[in-house]
Design a protein around this ligand. Structure first.
Ligand code: PEP
Ligand code: MN
Length: 338
């Protein structure tokens, strides 16, 4: 619920209000411009509700219909900005992130990082822990992969993003990675989400394979409820009845989420469509619809990639993508973080 405050309330009244809330066991979150309202998250008993109305400085109580509170625009009207290395996601500039699906070797990720830097992209991706459908498929290099990614990021002054599959991997990831990715298959792993709420590192939360926008925002809420408000949402396609593409890119989620939440929205056209030559048109659509960033897979030799080769762009295609997205960003009054 939202407590609308008396605009004439003195600092003393507000202090008394805060103590009143503490007495009722409620924690306040500021909402609205200039402290005109206070948000209360969690369950409030009928008795506490009656007490709330009597607290000094409270003019009106407005129930909030959405079950996600901290992620909602009602509680936080201004857009959230998330710093990933030197890039800022959620502001005027569109941020690109690129790299291989998996970190494959030290030499390879160093070469990929060089190409990412040359393309003017600020964030390098690469999975070290891979959620594969088959237990016989390449599972990632684990901690070695994290070390190689860190080395490549440092050498070329790039921030890094990589997937965390389990809370036990967090200590190693916090040593090495700037942006912690939660994969689609783990979007509702509530133990992992709660663990991420306790760390102070931004999280890239991918949409689950069949998650509604509300379910997705509730997963963001798990992270935020733990105290970590640095969450970026990532649309990566949802499962539909269409077999011609790997998933179906839900471009409509971008403007709809924009109204529901203040969190930045990034798109992943690679996993959304799964077909190399269709990745660029999809990325263009994502930026045109208002995405704050694009994360894309590419490879020096996609035919030999250890995972997701069929959707990996060739390095020349990555350069083409950057140029085209820059043009679209300008047309809609934004720029590209280069
Ligand atoms: C990935 O980024 O390589 C990945 C496995 O993504 P998703 O969880 O979206 O399938
Ligand atoms: Mn992949």
């Amino acid at each position: 619920m939202l407590l609308i405050l008396d605009p004439q309330a003195t600092p003393e009244t507000l202090e008394a209000l805060r103590s009143g809330l503490a007495r009722l066991g409620l924690s306040p979150h500021m909402a609205g411009e200039g402290g005109t309202a206070i948000g209360i998250v969690g369950t409030v008993s009928a008795k506490a509700k009656a007490e709330l109305a009597k607290l000094p400085g409270v003019r009106k109580i407005v129930p909030v219909a959405e079950p996600y509170r901290l992620a909602s625009r009602v509680f936080h009207p201004a857009p959230t900005l998330v710093n990933v290395g030197k890039a800022q996601v959620g502001g005027r500039q569109v941020v690109m992130m690129a790299g291989p699906c998996s970190v494959e070797s030290r030499e390879h990720i160093l070469e990929m990082a060089r190409l990412v830097k040359e393309a003017g992209i600020p964030v390098l991706r690469g999975g070290a822990y891979k959620p594969r459908t088959s237990p016989y498929a390449f599972q990632g290099l684990g901690e070695k992969g994290l070390e190689y990614l860190k080395e490549a990021g440092e050498k070329y002054d790039l921030a890094t993003v990589s997937e965390v599959m389990d809370a036990s991997q967090l200590p190693a990831m916090l040593e090495t990675i700037d942006l912690l990715q939660v994969g689609a298959r783990n979007m509702q792993n509530f133990t992992l989400l709660s663990a991420l709420g306790k760390v102070r590192r931004p999280v890239l939360l991918k949409r689950g394979l069949s998650a509604t926008l509300q379910e997705w925002l509730m997963s963001a809420e798990y992270i935020m409820a733990g105290g970590n408000d640095q969450v970026i949402l990532c649309e990566r396609g949802i499962r539909t009845f269409e077999p011609a593409t790997r998933n179906t890119f839900d471009v409509s989620c971008i403007p709809v989420l924009r109204e529901m939440t203040h969190l930045p929205i990034v798109v992943d056209p690679s996993h959304a469509i799964g077909v190399r030559d269709k990745v660029i048109p999809l990325a263009r659509a994502g930026v045109a619809a208002g995405a704050d960033g694009v994360i894309v897979e590419f490879h020096t030799c996609p035919e030999e990639a250890l995972s997701d080769g069929p959707q990996a762009l060739y390095p020349e295609q990555l350069d083409q993508l950057v140029r085209e997205l820059e043009g679209i960003a300008q047309v809609i009054g934004r720029g590209m973080n280069r």
